[in-house]
Design a protein around this ligand. Structure first.
Ligand SMILES: Nc1ncnc2c1ncn2[C@@H]1O[C@H](COP(=O)(O)OP(=O)(O)O)[C@@H](O)[C@H]1O
Ligand SMILES: O=P(O)(O)OC[C@H](O)CO
Length: 505
C-alpha cells in the first residue's frame, strides 16, 4: 500500500504527447499535452524527431503537475503508453538517435515485405508472431535503418546501438539515460515488432536471422505492469518515483476500458482506429485478416491475448482536411461541415495513405475519392471522410465476429475522434449494434496509469477497477438495412479500386 494520492501516465501518441494524473477513483485531475512535428521527407515516409519527443515529455510532466497544483512526491508511480511500432535506434553511450524515428504509418519497407512474402517467409511470421509481413511493424523498420544508415549495422553488432519503440526510448531516458537507463519494453509493444514469439514471449532467433537483426540491440521484454526502474532527476518527477506500467496504446485502451474477460472488446478512434477483443489465454489466429497480439500481462500472472483489427487512417484524415486542404480550422469542425449536407452525395473516400491495413494488408493501395460530380461540395467531402472511418471499422468488426464466431452485442468506443456524434451514429448504422461511448475518452492513458498503479499497490487488484467505468452516450442503429447494404457495397467497390495502385520500387 502507499499513502500517495495520485498516479501519472505518459501517452506518447502519433501526433502529441500528454501527461495525465489520475486519483484513486480513476478520475483525471490534471493533464497537459503538446504536439510534435510530423516529418514527411518523401511520399510514403513518415518520421518523428525522438529528441523533440523526449524534450516534450519532460515539459508536459512539469506543466501538468503545475496546472493541477500537485507536488511531485504525491505521485505514487508513473506509467507509459505509446504509439506502437514506431522505431528508434540510438547510441547507448550518447543517447543520440542514429536516424529519426520511423513512424508506424511509414511505407518505405513495403518492397522488403513483398520480398519476404515472395521468399515464402510470411507463414512463419504469422504463426510465430500473429502478424503478416507488412511495413506497419518494427522489424522491417529496424532492418531498413541497419541497411541504410552509415555505421548503424556495425554499431548494433558491437552492442553500441539500441532499438526501442517510444516506450523503450522514453523509459531509458526517464530512468537515467546513458550509463544508467534501463533498456526494456513490455510484451504488448514487443508483440508488434514481428520478432517476438507469442508463446515464449521472447525474441525469436529464427525470425531475427531472417530479418538479419542482432539480438543485442533489442530491449528486455517484461510484463505490462511491474517496476522497470525509477525516475531520474530533471523529469519533473520526484527522483526515485517507480516507473511501473508499459503498454502499447491500443492495448492500454483495452485495459483502461476494463475489457478483462474474453469476448470484451473496445474500439479507439484516434490518428488511426483500432478494435481489440480480449481472447483470454488463448492465442487465436485469424482467418479474416486480423492480427493476433498480446493484450496485457500483469506481473507474474499469465499473459492475456487479443485479436486486433487495425485501421491506419482515421482522425489523421480529418487532420489532413484541416492542414492540407484547409477545409476546416479545427478537427471538431468537420462535424458541422459534414452536417451541411444530408448525405455523402455518392462520394466515397478511401484514405489508403499508408496502404490498407486490416483486413486487406495491401501496402501498395493508395487513397482515392470516387463518385465525384458537379453536384459535390466540401460538405460531401467532409462527410465521406468521416464515413470512411466507420466503413473501415465495419470491415474489421465483421472480421472479428467471423473469427470469434460470436456476434457482438454492442461496441464500446473511446479516443479523440469518438467525440464526433455524427460519426458515432453512422457507426451504429453500419455495425447494427449499439455504440457505447466511455466517459473517459482517454482510456489509453488511463490503462497505463492502471498498470503502473497495480504494480505498486496503489490499486490492489484489477477487478476493483471495473467500478470506475462510466458511459457517456449510446447510439442505436437507425438506418434502413437496404440503404446500409447499398452503401457498404459501394464502399467495397471503392476499396477494390484503391488496391494495388503503387508500383514496386
Ligand atoms: N470532433 C472530432 N471529429 C473528428 N475527428 C476528431 C475530433 N476530435 C479529434 N479528432 C481527431 O482525433 C485525433 C486525436 O485523437 P487522439 O485520441 O488524441 O489521437 P492520438 O492518440 O492518435 O494522437 C486527431 O486525428 C483528430 O483529427
Ligand atoms: O497514436 P495513436 O493513438 O493513433 O496509435 C497508433 C497505434 O499505436 C499504431 O499501431
Amino acid at each position: 500500500m502507499t499513502d500517495k494520492q495520485y498516479v501519472g501516465a505518459i501517452d506518447q501518441g502519433t501526433t502529441s504527447t500528454r501527461f495525465v494524473v489520475f486519483d484513486t477513483t480513476g478520475a483525471m485531475v490534471a493533464s497537459h499535452q503538446v504536439e510534435h512535428r510530423q516529418i514527411y521527407p518523401e511520399p510514403g515516409f513518415v518520421e518523428h524527431d525522438p529528441m523533440e519527443i523526449r524534450a516534450n515529455t519532460a515539459g508536459i510532466i512539469a506543466e501538468a503537475l503545475k496546472k493541477g497544483l500537485i507536488e511531485p512526491d504525491q505521485i505514487a508511480a508513473v506509467g507509459i503508453t505509446n504509439q506502437r511500432e514506431t522505431t528508434v535506434v540510438w547510441n547507448r553511450h550518447t543517447g543520440r538517435p542514429l536516424y529519426n524515428a520511423i513512424v508506424w504509418q511509414d511505407t518505405r519497407t513495403a518492397d522488403m515485405c513483398t520480398a519476404l512474402k515472395q521468399e515464402g517467409h510470411e507463414p512463419l511470421f504469422k504463426e510465430k508472431t500473429g502478424l503478416p509481413a507488412a511495413s506497419y511493424f518494427s522489424g522491417p523498420k529496424i532492418r531498413w535503418i541497419l541497411d541504410n544508415v552509415e555505421g548503424a549495422r556495425a554499431a548494433a553488432e558491437k552492442g553500441d546501438a539500441l532499438f526501442g519503440n517510444m516506450d523503450t526510448w522514453l523509459i531509458w531516458w526517464l530512468t537515467g539515460g546513458p550509463g544508467k537507463g534501463v533498456h526494456v519494453t513490455d510484451v504488448t509493444n514487443a508483440s508488434r515488432t514481428m520478432l517476438m514469439n507469442l508463446e515464449t514471449l521472447a525474441w525469436d532467433s529464427e525470425l531475427l536471422k531472417i530479418l538479419d537483426i542482432p539480438e543485442k540491440m533489442l530491449p528486455r521484454i517484461m510484463a505490462s505492469s511491474e517496476v522497470y526502474g525509477h525516475a531520474a532527476q530533471n523529469w519533473g518527477l520526484a527522483p526515485g518515483t517507480p516507473v511501473s506500467g508499459d503498454l502499447g496504446d491500443q492495448q492500454a485502451a483495452l485495459f483502461g476500458q476494463v475489457c478483462f474477460e474474453p469476448g470484451e472488446a473496445k474500439n479507439t478512434y484516434g490518428t488511426g482506429c483500432f478494435l481489440l477483443s480480449n481472447t483470454g489465454q488463448k492465442i487465436i489466429h485469424s482467418n479474416h485478416g486480423l492480427l493476433t497480439t498480446l493484450g496485457y500481462k500483469i506481473g507474474n500472472e499469465p499473459p492475456v491475448y487479443a485479436l486486433e483489427g487495425s485501421v491506419a487512417v482515421a482522425g489523421s484524415l480529418v487532420q489532413w482536411l484541416r492542414d492540407n486542404l484547409n477545409l476546416i480550422r479545427t478537427s471538431p469542425e468537420v462535424e458541422d461541415l459534414a452536417k451541411t449536407v444530408a448525405d455523402n452525395g455518392g462520394v466515397y473516400f478511401v484514405p489508403a495513405f499508408s496502404g490498407l491495413f486490416a483486413p486487406h494488408w495491401d501496402s501498395s493501395a493508395r487513397g482515392l475519392i470516387i463518385g465525384m460530380t458537379h453536384y459535390i461540395n466540401k460538405g460531401h467531402i467532409a462527410r465521406a471522410a468521416l464515413e470512411s472511418t466507420a466503413f473501415q471499422v465495419n470491415e474489421i468488426f465483421s472480421a472479428m465476429e467471423k473469427d470469434s464466431g460470436i456476434p457482438f452485442k454492442s461496441l464500446k468506443v473511446d479516443g479523440g475522434m469518438a467525440a464526433n456524434d455524427l460519426l458515432m451514429q453512422f457507426q451504429a448504422d453500419l455495425v447494427r449494434v449499439p455504440v457505447i461511448r466511455s466517459a473517459v475518452l482517454e482510456s489509453t492513458v488511463l490503462g497505463a496509469a492502471y498498470a503502473a498503479g497495480l504494480a505498486v499497490g496503489f490499486w490492489s487488484k484489477k477487478e476493483d477497477l471495473r467500478r470506475h467505468w462510466k458511459e457517456n452516450g449510446q447510439w442505436q442503429p437507425e438506418m434502413a438495412a437496404a440503404l446500409r447494404d447499398k452503401m457498404c457495397a459501394q464502399w467495397d467497390k471503392a476499396i477494390k479500386r484503391a488496391a494495388g495502385w503503387k508500383e514496386e520500387g
